[in-house]
Ligand binder design. Structure first.
Ligand SMILES: [Mg+2]
Length: 239
């Protein structure tokens, strides 16, 4: 039977699936722009949240804060190629985050979703079954997990996605797209991140509690937890 030979692997997005990081990202972006001529000082949290719903890389925030760039519709972000000032803002963003994360209480501005608390015991019991696949930088993911005593699973972050080119390309590097070999469950809140995985992995699941719109095929945290824990029960009993 094919199933007996397949390895089960759960890939979890971070922002919008495990942690609600909108306020944290806002704090970091505000700090990156703070007091700098040429950068907006009046971006509200609401405006930031709307913009962030389509952000996939920190350089995108330059197009929200940089006054000389003018206004851009968030939906246009994916059409543009980064330029030098975009990378400069991305560097400022990560430097600001590094500064902010020196405060050991920093993860308090990034509350976990209920899903994280549901799944945390499984991460700890079966760490080799899980990996994070996120556009966030690896260090801040590890720090947030460590704050909640769950820094036990592999993390693929912004650095890996820049190197490989996309989330799907990272999955490909890990051979996770070999369907006869892996049974992959991939959970993400962004439809645009899931779409490339459609037909490429067995179970691309849309989390309905994150930052993107939901539809009839979206699943609640209880539904996704049930799928994951059921598959684990079946697999771990066999082995
Ligand atoms: Mg997300």
């Amino acid at each position: 039977m094919e199933h007996a030979l397949m390895e089960l692997q759960f890939l979890l997005d971070f922002d919008g699936v495990l942690f609600n990081s909108n306020y944290e990202a806002y704090t970091v972006a505000q700090k990156a722009a703070e007091g700098r001529p040429g950068f907006r000082q009046d971006v509200s949290f609401n405006e930031f949240e709307t913009f962030r719903s389509v952000v996939t890389d920190a350089w995108h925030y330059n197009r929200l804060y940089n006054i000389a760039r003018g206004t851009i519709l968030p939906s246009m972000l994916r059409e543009i190629e980064p330029e030098e000032d975009d990378w400069a803002f991305a560097s400022a963003f990560f430097a600001a985050r590094e500064e902010i994360t020196k405060d050991p209480d920093w993860p308090k501005v990034m509350p976990p979703y209920d899903f994280f608390f549901l799944i945390r015991p499984l991460l700890i019991a079966y760490p080799h079954r899980f990996a994070i696949l996120s556009t966030r930088n690896v260090a801040s993911i590890r720090q947030a997990l460590a704050f909640h005593d769950a820094d036990v699973i592999r993390v693929f972050g912004q650095e890996d996605i820049r190197r490989a080119g996309s989330k799907l390309a990272v999955a490909q590097e890990q051979n996770w797209l070999e369907r006869g070999r892996w049974l992959i469950v991939y959970v993400d809140d962004m439809n645009s991140h899931l779409e490339p995985f459609e037909g490429m992995v067995h179970l691309p699941l849309h989390a309905n509690w994150g930052y993107d719109h939901s539809d009839l095929s979206s699943l609640s945290h209880h539904q996704i937890f049930t799928i994951i824990s059921s598959l684990l029960t079946l697999t771990e009993k066999q082995n």
